[in-house]
Design a protein around this ligand. Sequence first.
Ligand code: TYM
Length: 338
Amino acid sequence: MSGYKGPMRVLSGIQPSGGMHLGNYLGAIRKFVELQHEYDCFYCVVDMHAITVWQDPEKLREQTFHIAASYLAAGVDPKIAAIFHQSGVRAHAELAWIFNCVARLGWLDRMTQFKDKAGKDKERASVGLYTYPVLQAADILVYKATHVPVGEDQKQHLELSRDIAGKFNHDFKAENFFPLPEPLIKGPGARIMSLRDGSAKMSKSDDSENACIFLKDGADAIARKIKKAKTDPEPLPSEPKGLEGRPEAANLVGIYGALSGKTDAQVLADYGGQGFGVFKPALADLVVEKIAPIGAELNRLEGDPGYLKSVLDKGAERASEVADKVVREVREIVGFVV
Ligand code: TYM
């Protein structure tokens, strides 16, 4: 952040493109809850990012409420942090356009998420998917956010946000106008892997329904998915070094640690030498204890879309006050008639 003197602010977002899962919870939302007591926080549901790939309109609205309800159910307090939908704050799109003119094609060409999502037939991908990380930079910098809690998969996008902020400040001789936002990635849970394949991250779009634990899964579904989780035939090692080359075992130990607040070493001190027949039921009990109450609250909140809409509208109003001011300054800096 070097010489930036503005207030410390946090911004993060989640796409309403599927059900909220354990990876989103441990990599992102849990941090949102902790940070709201330390910083001025803005948490959005990034519906404009979601439409970079096809979304059924009715489902998109439903999923937007689902993500907002997940924030609330996990403990984000709308009286403390602004919870809103990205499309409800027009300034994101306006700043994204200006940033499209700052970011370089070469920078976007290096984005691995575009390559993964566009697949082999990139000619058929939307232009929005290509310029997705530029909108993400606008989400962050339209609040001059200094800190961004995310999982490890967002590291490259955060680096691009820093590059865009730096180039804008430099090109327009607006030293320290934008902070260079810091990703907050560290900590257990930054990279939760699929339960069916320890080399792929847990993802909303996984084809196998047993690969992913959703916040809405009940106790039975959680226990079944953990029971079916891929493992190897060896018992757990007594030290973390023994997890090397055993990605599925390492993932389950990591989930246990992230939910219990223990390090891998502490988990292995308790379970080293035991087989998965003992460890999996203990893990299932822990996941049910921590996740099922959030799922129950989530179901309750989804039954009250009027309340969810009022939270989003109020949040968007509050966020717009900050964002509109920043965009007005940007308009002046770039030379628009204001
Ligand atoms: P999205 O919707 O894919 O994921 C939301 C958040 O969850 C984290 N996450 C994970 N963490 C650990 N293990 C996993 N398996 C896992 N899967 C997902 C993600 O890292 C993320 O923090 N581009 C973003 C959304 C976005 C955004 C932003 C984020 C748009 N604008 C501005 C931060 C700031 C995305 O697709 O997240």
